[in-house]
Design a binder for this molecule. Structure first.
Ligand SMILES: O=C(O)[C@H](O)COP(=O)(O)O
Length: 234
């Protein structure tokens, strides 16, 4: 049996303000710090022992991982950051308040943008200072691969190559990966692992700061999955 631990970052300042965040590099809120500390406690209490860590290029995920690593005495673990684990790019919605957007364009449209499989938000226009290709961390990737807005489908298409090239081989080699990423990059991974249908993915939510453990067979098919908090409630 192989184990994989998925963890969405703790609450960010823009989660707290209910803003579309995407690739905006906001930090954890105080509550987010506490959530990361609680996640670390749960991982320790349940004797989870990752042997390699993966995260995105965004500080809310990186800091969550740092907090977990520090609290669990795992700062020595090999750690890889990759842009393919970033949050879905929320395009021109980034920075807008989600409730205000719903008042402007209607709940149904905002729900489509947030939870549908293949509806992408409006893209960032040419010359927008928020385009990722302006940032040093994305410079090596090439302009064509840089998103201006992504649906969940687009997010999965750029996340899965990293699963195939790094995380799945680590699992096959007997490693236990801890993947600290984002609501939608993790929704995409879970959709892939559990074979969730395109129209059923609207109902899947991944909470902040809650370790989600997958047990997989040798072919990396999930045998079961559970949140550590559910073991504690049981
Ligand atoms: O990027 C964001 O705004 C959040 O991380 C995820 O947002 P969502 O729950 O609206 O998809």
């Amino acid at each position: 049996m192989r184990q994989l631990v998925l963890l969405r970052h703790g609450q960010s300042t823009w989660n707290r303000e209910n803003r579309f965040t995407g690739w905006t590099d906001v930090d954890l809120s105080e509550q987010g710090h506490r959530e990361a500390e609680r996640a670390a406690e749960q991982l320790r209490r349940h004797h989870l022992a990752p042997s390699i860590c993966y995260t995105s290029y965004l500080r809310r995920a990186i800091r969550t991982l740092w907090i977990v690593q520090e609290q669990c005495d795992w700062m020595w673990l090999p750690t890889r950051a990759h842009w393919r684990l970033n949050e879905r790019h929320y395009g021109a919605l980034q920075g807008l308040n989600k409730a205000e957007a719903a008042r402007d364009v209607g709940e149904a449209q905002v729900h489509l943008w947030r939870r549908s499989f293949d509806v992408a938000p409006p893209p960032l226009p040419d010359g927008d200072t928020r385009l990722p290709d302006q940032e040093a961390r994305y410079r090596a990737i090439g302009k064509e691969a840089m998103p201006r807005a992504e649906s969940l489908k687009d997010t999965i298409a750029r996340t899965l190559p990293y699963w195939e090239e790094a995380i799945a081989p680590a699992l096959r080699a007997g490693q236990t990966p801890l993947v600290v990423a984002h609501g939608n990059s993790l929704r995409g991974l879970v959709k892939y692992l559990d074979g969730i249908a395109d129209d059923a993915i609207v109902d899947l939510e991944i909470p902040t700061g809650q370790p989600l453990v997958y047990e997989l067979d040798d072919a990396l098919h999930p045998l079961r999955h559970y949140y550590l908090r559910d073991l504690e409630d049981a």
